[in-house]
Design a protein around this ligand. Structure first.
Ligand code: GUN
Length: 298
């Protein structure tokens, strides 16, 4: 069994991005600038945004965070998004989710200009991705594809089973791996809460991608001998054994499942760190206008 070490790989990719940024700087080019909008004080969101900022600093990408109180109106938040759309100093931006209940997330996401939508959440980017056109691919699916690619895991002709059909992980990763591309060319089965005979499907997976948000849901009896298992889950649970008082659990019962796998991602240190480098990659692509070359900013 080989661990897919997202921590080590993400650190290597951050070095590659840093070299690219150093070169841009030495040539007097445009240093990519990422902005994150953070509304309220949700603990997990604060951590995500802080980790994104740290990664930007490490690579030399310019990063800013715009903070707003949880009672900001939807109208005011829409106008902040419009400002960033029109700010030529900003290459890409994200609105950290979830947003407070009185704000319609979809309305906010749809307001982001697709060529600055480095989260890849806008329907235009999701549509383009689905058609196999150049698009910003959202961080988790991009991170999973990068892990598979850099570890030379063959996906062609393989049966990929995805557990979970969310718009930001399960559905896009199922679309991407079914496409005529590398990684890709897989036969994909997308399973969800209504799937019947789940165990018989997961047990036939060459590659099992789990994005359910249910701690330690997948056990050894659900996994084929020699499978590749990608665990996207992160559930924070109380723990008496850690300094912070918390520990993170994946959707896969690691100790039970790992002995059966050819490769498996740990939690933490698997998919998580890869998502951050995906966002950095998209930000650099935005600054180089690689996805929407034909579009000119004001
Ligand atoms: N909340 C959890 N994951 C993400 C993400 O990738 N992007 C944004 N904007 N919010 C999130």
């Amino acid at each position: 069994m080989e661990k897919l070490d997202g921590k080590k790989l993400s650190s290597q990719i951050k070095n590659e991005i840093k070299q690219d940024i150093d070169k841009i700087r030495s040539e007097g080019g445009n240093i990519p600038h990422l902005v994150a909008i953070l509304v309220g004080h949700d603990g997990a969101s604060e951590t995500y945004v802080r980790n994104k900022e740290k990664a930007c600093i490490k690579t030399g990408i310019k990063s800013s965070v715009l903070r707003f109180e949880a009672d900001i109106s939807e109208k005011d938040l829409l106008s902040e998004v419009a400002k960033l759309n029109n700010d030529s100093d900003v290459d890409g931006f994200i609105v950290q989710l979830p947003l407070p209940d009185h704000i319609n997330e979809q309305r906010i996401v749809e307001k982001i200009k697709p060529d600055k939508d480095v989260d890849g959440f806008h329907p235009v980017n999701i549509g383009r991705m689905t058609l196999g056109m150049p698009a910003y691919i959202s961080a988790t699916p991009f991170g999973i594809l990068t892990l598979l690619k850099r570890y030379n895991i063959k996906t062609e002709g393989k049966h990929v089973v995805v557990l979970g059909r969310s718009n930001i992980v399960g559905r896009p990763v199922s679309i991407l791996l079914g496409q005529k591309a590398t990684p890709g060319n897989s036969t994909v089965t997308l399973c969800h809460s209504r799937t019947e005979n789940l165990k018989s499907i997961t047990a036939s997976a060459d590659i099992l991608i789990v994005a359910l948000g249910k701690a330690e849901y997948v056990t050894a009896d659900m996994v084929k001998q020699g499978a590749v298992v990608i665990d996207v889950g992160i559930t924070r649970v109380k723990s008496g054994k850690t300094k912070s008082g918390w520990k993170l659990l994946g959707d896969v019962n690691f100790d039970d499942v790992a002995p059966k796998c050819s490769h498996i991602t740990p939690v933490p240190g698997g998919v998580g760190p890869m998502t951050i480098v995906a966002l950095l990659h998209n930000t650099v692509a935005a600054s180089k206008q690689e996805i929407y070359k034909h579009q000119h900013r004001p």
